[in-house]
Design a protein. Structure first.
Length: 158
């Protein structure tokens, strides 16, 4: 088989996304371009649209962080693939005015379904510490593009 025509399948089996698990998602910008680092207004829009998309789907958005070239999120949704597809699709036209002709997203996304022994708090802290590890801030609370939409609902999810 021609290696150029072969594409590795990185998605789990479809039923794996419907087991009621929370997922840790990473969406990377095309060629790891620093879209959100160069355009603070686009980072603000990314947060706004993430929260809007979650609200519109009854998604539990436990944690997020919009980094210069990627977005982390911890969420529970009935269909993770549809959630990411919808979010990325809604963000594409928002990015065009900032840099015409440049693609916003890398193809696909990374997902990790949390196992029962993995604590939401631990993954959320990992997400919120991302700007500290990158040297953007010294304390996660200083970073404008991270947060949680349902912190008060965690107890009911666990």
């Amino acid at each position: 088989m021609n290696q150029l025509n072969f594409r590795k399948h990185i998605r789990l089996a479809p039923d794996a996304y419907n087991k009621g698990n929370a997922f840790f998602i990473t969406i990377v910008t095309h060629e790891k371009y620093s879209w959100f680092g160069l355009h603070a207004e686009l980072a603000r829009i990314a947060v706004e649209y993430l929260c809007r998309t979650a609200d519109g789907r009854d998604t539990k958005l436990f944690a997020w962080c919009v980094m210069p070239d990627h977005i982390h999120m911890l969420l529970h949704d009935e269909n993770i693939i549809d959630f990411v597809r919808l979010y990325k699709g809604r963000m594409n036209p928002q990015a065009r005015p900032f840099e015409k002709g440049r693609l916003l997203w890398q193809r696909s996304f990374y997902d990790h379904g949390l196992r029962q022994d993995e604590a939401l708090n631990d993954i959320a802290m990992y997400i919120w510490q991302n700007p500290v590890r990158a040297g953007l801030v010294t304390n996660p609370s200083e970073y404008a593009w991270s947060g949680s939409a349902v912190w008060h609902e965690w107890a009911s999810f666990l």
